[in-house]
Ligand binder design. Structure first.
Ligand code: RTP
Ligand code: MG
Length: 140
């Protein structure tokens, strides 16, 4: 197993309900270390750029409007197999399908407003980390 880094976003439905600490505790309990973190308010254009892979999907406009609706917390998580570990802690996209104890099972409001984002592969993790963080913000 290798130490990896992944990009996580605590989405507006969760920041609005003041759940950042509870969600961060789930990451830390799973062995993930928060090595960078900041609170930002995306424009709709920035949200659209971040989620451009979904541009043709019917939920794209709803998703990017939601992601720009209120501040988010963007963070870099580090640990052994961090990408998969983070997705395991997040749970399934639709909270109705998410395993008990996962972030989405406990906190998500709907398939769209599902509290967290996590990178899905090493290449996307690298791209998504550099989308939000400069080298200076990332301690080695
Ligand atoms: P994410 O990218 O946010 O970590 O979530 P994911 O991999 O589990 O899901 P993905 O298929 O990449 O979808 C990205 C986000 O789009 C919203 N979505 N809405 N209304 C819908 O049917 C629908 N489907 C997806 C969710 O916010 C999902 O996390
Ligand atoms: Mg995804």
């Amino acid at each position: 197993m290798a130490t990896e880094r992944t990009l996580s976003i605590i989405k507006p439905d969760a920041t609005r309900r003041n759940l950042t600490g509870k969600i961060n505790a789930k990451f830390e309990d799973a062995g993930l270390r928060i090595v960078a973190q900041k609170r930002i308010h995306l424009t709709k254009a920035q949200a659209g750029e971040f989620y451009k892979v979904h541009a043709a999907r019917p939920f794209y406009d709803e998703l990017t409007t939601f992601m720009a609706s209120e501040p988010v917390v963007v963070q870099v998580l580090e640990g052994e197999s961090a990408i998969q570990k983070n997705r395991d802690v997040m749970g399934a996209t639709n909270p109705a399908d998410a395993a008990p104890g996962t972030i989405r099972a406990e906190f998500a409001e709907s398939v769209g407003e599902n509290s967290v984002h996590g990178s899905d592969a090493p290449e996307t993790a690298k791209e998504e980390i550099s989308f939000f963080f400069s080298g200076l913000e990332l301690v080695g």
